[in-house]
Design a protein around this ligand. Sequence first.
Ligand SMILES: *Cc1c(COP(=O)(O)O)cnc(C)c1O
Length: 379
Amino acid sequence: MSAELPFLPFSRPTIDEATITAVGEVLRSGWITSGPKVAAFEARMSEYFGGRPVRTFNSGTCTMEIALRIAGIGPGDEVITTPISWVATANVIIEVGATPVFADIDPVTRNIDLDQVEAAITPRTKAIIPVYLSGLPVDMDRLYAIAAKHKLRVVEDAAQAFGSEWKGKRIGAFGDFVSFSFQANKNLTTGEGGALVLNNLEEAKIAEKYRLQGVTRSGVDGIDVDVLGGKYNMSDIMAAIGLGQFDNIEAITAHRRALARRYYEAFGPDFEAQSGAQLPLQAFDSSNYHLFQIILPDHGPGTRADFMNAMKERFNIGTGYHYSPIHLFTLYRERGFKEGMFPVAEKLGYLTVTLPMFYAMTFADVDRAVAAVKAILIK
Ligand SMILES: *Cc1c(COP(=O)(O)O)cnc(C)c1O
């Protein structure tokens, strides 16, 4: 019966007609690479983040790599991050030649545990990369107190947190480097893309160099190259999508929060006791609910695969997993990481499942997803 309902994916981008028209205008304009749309998108984000400089890029990965380079972090330096994130978060540390150090996660927030961060600090520690998983910030007061005490830079991996807040302030409007991703599933998308919020125009100028081959202006009409940069610029086609999405960001965040409320209501107060599963923290004032993730009751190997298959086969509903513990990937095992080092991350990494959550989703879709989860987990 349920299988006859249309497929409900765990995520789907919404691009409105005004945005499609705006993209068409860029395509007809004769200028499709970085230009006026990129400048306008950066200016609007800068205004949104209280006037802090913002620069756009072609991913939310190179943003973090460039932030580390601006901070002068490289070989011999240690950078502390979480084992539960998209692998990009740790890869950028290796990319700049520094050493990744993991700190285990907090089982309630599922974000990096700041006590574990403090315990992992050594004289070689230069920076922390916290991740706001599913859009939930860490304790930002505590994070920046730790950074100040130990003189560490912070590169916030806020890839999932566009529109999230901390005590009434937008994530991005304060702090050190703040990195956002506009990859297809993110709350605000440009197809692929990213943005970095910086501290001052001097850093922004360096970011611009790294964004385009290290090229810098010198002389009247000459150029020079004084650092090794990459090819990381955003195009006006992407920026036009971003500007269109930006017009709806308040509505996007509000609707996702409403969907999250509906999830909690539909699961009801007895769901956790009846199923053995764990719902995410309720955080309507801070999280943008980029993802809605539950932790499954542990039935041994295959727990998550069996659940995901049942959701798909019996109910035609897509789910996802975000994320496998980074330290257990081969690249990281080769660097000495192994099972047992971060027990909370290892447990949650294999039991967390992402339920459908996207802007075009309806309350009826939420009810359908919850009914399916209950049918599978409550015997
Ligand atoms: C999406 C994402 C990234 C990477 O962003 P890209 O734009 O795909 O490079 C990094 N970290 C987290 C937590 C993400 O969700």
